[in-house]
Design a binder for this molecule. Structure first.
Ligand code: ITT
Ligand code: NA
Length: 218
């Protein structure tokens, strides 16, 4: 049985569309301080595996504002609880107005899988263990990728990353969660989309689709 480790019900709802046999575990793993999501998720997966004793999937996500060098990024949950979503949107729009540009942003989701076993090496594997910086301009619409994260002496973890690009707008919509109301993609905010519509284009949906394919083989 796969354990989806999160304290966030919105994430669980989205994950269930890809994984039928999944048990949500409300386990608050230690979020190490890092400037990218990969190492945070990988460490979380190792800790969660030790706690659960079976296959675990940890989901670490964040909003990366392009005009603010990726802020709030790995600190998105903290910033949501302190500044709040509307204020983050206002800041991004104010700054962009000064340069007469549209504020752009990226959502990123890193899924970290650990089941105590090793993984066959993937040719394009990136070691996220030491990765720094954000590949913000990767693609106009979004990306999905897979990589191994094997830090020597540690449990092997496999990472699945999804991104989506969009514009920061005034809050609209009642669906989704977190920063969804201020993030517009193809004319709709993620909060104006149904769960299926959001999954089809979102950072989490892309990462989950890649993971589901891998997990079906595992
Ligand atoms: P867990 O760590 O327990 O999974 P969390 O909500 O703290 O739950 P994160 O650490 O990944 O999750 O925090 C990411 C922040 O980004 C948090 O403020 C979320 O509300 C927000 N977020 C994550 N995924 C999102 C999505 O799909 N749409 C909008 N906001 C999202
Ligand atoms: Na968290």
């Amino acid at each position: 049985m796969l354990h989806y480790v999160t304290t966030n019900d919105g994430k669980v709802r989205e994950a269930r569309e890809y994984l039928d046999a999944v048990e949500a575990v409300d386990f608050d793993y230690t979020e190490v301080q890092a400037d990218d999501l990969g190492p945070i998720a990988a460490r979380g997966a190792r800790e969660a595996y030790a706690h659960v004793g079976g296959p675990v999937l940890v989901d670490d996500a964040g909003l990366f504002l392009e005009g603010f060098d990726g802020f709030p990024g790995p600190y998105s949950a903290y910033v949501e609880h302190t500044l709040g979503v509307e204020r983050v949107g206002e800041l991004a729009r104010q700054q962009a107005a000064e340069t007469d540009e549209t504020p752009r942003a990226q959502f990123r989701c890193v899924l970290a899988y650990c089941d105590g076993e090793g993984f066959a090496a993937t040719p394009d594997a990136v070691d996220y263990g030491d990765r720094r910086g954000h590949d913000l301009a990767a693609d106009e619409r979004g990306t999905a990728s897979t990589s191994d994260s094997v830090v020597s002496g540690d449990l092997p973890v496999k990472l699945f990353t999804g991104t989506v690009r969009g514009r920061i707008v005034e809050p609209r919509g009642e669906g989704g969660f977190g920063y969804d109301p201020i993030f517009e993609h193809d004319g709709k905010t993620l909060a104006e989309m149904t769960a299926a519509e959001k999954n089809a284009i979102s950072h989490r949906g892309r990462a989950l689709a890649t993971f589901a394919e891998f997990y079906a083989e595992r």
